[in-house]
Design a protein around this ligand. Structure first.
Ligand code: ADP
Ligand code: ZN
Length: 429
């Protein structure tokens, strides 16, 4: 769609106006933002250009939690047509509400993301994200419908039936978390089907990180082209950024969302190319507007233009969310680093879990548990011990820390139909 091809000047203009619209709307209609602006002695008219925008305080997950349930509303509740809430991966849910215009804008954004990934109105897309308060199911549903694709609103779970219908209905686009796509392939095999025989063409994956190894695994098993897209409830849900067919980072819909990357410690805005925390401002949100929302997701804006010709900047794949960062003995570790190491060993599967032992608020111990693949599984204790030694050594050199490692029998970790739960915390005192 043409918005993805605006010139740099056009983007600057539109973003300038869009940000003014967002600031005015928040100031005039949201009691929360009126308080924030008054506290800082800021008036919308004082904020000019990107430097001026940096004066607007960040909004955090905590602000939204404290506003539970309707404290962020900037319109009377009778103008709200739908409520969603974050899936609560990291604590109390966050509530968001959408006006009719918000729902229209959201569906158009998701339609753009799907089109960018290569989905057309001829396709049959199965939505295996949960339908409910989670934004994934309904978000993709209305976006795909807007695009004109045929939608199979299966929702998550019930994997056997999901697979059977996928075959019967001729589904060729799968919408799910990457972990569920892997689980479905495993299940298909168990039921005696070869995943490639399903004829899936494109995967639209999101909701959690998809490492290069996971992507490869999914593509190889299903014979589809995997694309990833990004979003979060607090800002809108899915439909913020997604990959084009060049699969080289996710194009941000910059005419709708204003992205910044900040140093998570100092809050300073960083130049394109540098990694930091993604901060987003949706510019036209009526219901529950947010300004400079700190996503907690670590990425960078890719300065080089994409070979597809779109002029919207891309964001790199998320290396982790700040909530997931584990600090152990002074070393910062992201689960994605561990995942990368594990992916280098064909004897272990993509199913892993990190068990953290906490003592008086501090993480004292990290154990990496990973399942062996059926081929990697061996009766020979010596072979397993040698493998364990090699993985441990690689982990130690990557993380500058030697976590404990436990190799598990194939299929011993719980599977998920939604987002994978990689971290388990055990409190000890
Ligand atoms: P919750 O915070 O409860 O998981 P959401 O369902 O709103 O609630 O999830 C949004 C979060 O999911 C994002 O902040 C990000 O951490 C993660 N996420 C979404 N899409 C992606 C993606 N493509 N890659 C990595 N992480 C993603
Ligand atoms: Zn592109």
């Amino acid at each position: 769609m043409q918005n993805d091809f605006f010139s740099a000047e056009e983007f600057t203009d539109r973003q300038g106006n869009g940000l003014q619209t967002a600031i005015r709307h928040a100031y005039e209609n949201s009691p929360f933002y009126r308080r924030v602006f008054d506290r800082e002695n800021l008036k919308p008219g004082d904020i000019k250009g990107p430097a001026g925008f940096a004066k607007v305080p960040f909004t955090t997950k905590n602000d939204l939690r404290e506003a539970y349930p309707y404290g962020m509303a900037a319109v009377p509740l009778d103008k709200i047509l739908r409520i969603h809430a974050s899936s609560g991966t990291t604590g109390k849910p966050i509530v968001v509400g959408y006006t009719r215009a918000d729902l229209d804008c959201w569906a158009s954004c998701v339609a753009r993301i799907c089109e960018m990934a290569g989905v057309t109105e001829k396709d049959i897309a199965q939505v295996s994200f949960g339908y409910g308060l989670f934004t994934g199911g309904f978000g993709l549903h209305y976006g795909l419908e807007k695009l004109g694709a045929t939608v199979v609103p299966f929702s998550s779970g019930n994997t056997e039936r999901q697979l059977a219908l996928m075959k019967d209905f001729g589904t060729n686009v799968l919408v799910s978390t990457p972990s569920f796509a892997i689980y479905m392939a495993e299940m298909a095999r168990e039921l005696g089907y070869e995943p490639r025989s399903f004829g899936l063409k494109i995967g639209l994956f999101g909701g959690e990180p998809c490492s290069g190894a996971m992507r490869e695994d999914i593509e190889k098993q299903w014979g589809l082209r995997a694309t990833v897209n990004y979003g979060l409830t607090e800002v809108v849900g899915p439909g913020i950024s997604g990959e084009c067919s060049h699969t080289a980072g996710m194009h941000i819909l910059e005419d709708i969302y204003y992205p910044e990357i900040i140093d998570p410690v100092t809050g300073k805005v960083l130049p394109d190319g540098m990694a930091g925390e993604l901060v987003l401002t949706p510019m036209f949100k009526e219901g529950f507007p947010v300004l400079r929302y700190r996503t907690g997701d670590i990425t960078r804006l890719i300065p080089e233009p994409c070979s597809c010709g779109r002029t919207t900047r891309r964001m790199d794949y998320i290396t982790g969310r700040s909530d997931d960062m584990v600090i152990i003995k002074g070393v910062n570790i992201f689960p994605s680093q561990i995942e990368e190491v594990l992916a280098g060993f064909r004897e272990v599967s993509p199913h892993y879990r990190l068990v953290l032992k906490k003592e008086k608020g501090f993480i004292r111990d990290l154990e990496v548990q990973v399942e062996l693949t059926p081929e990697g599984f061996s009766d020979s204790y010596r072979e397993l011990e040698a493998l364990e030694g090699r993985i441990r050594q690689r982990l130690r050199s990557t993380l500058s820390l030697g976590p404990r490692l436990k190799l598990l029998e194939p299929r011993s970790l719980e599977r998920t139909t939604g987002k994978a739960k990689r971290i388990e915390i055990r409190e000890e005192d």
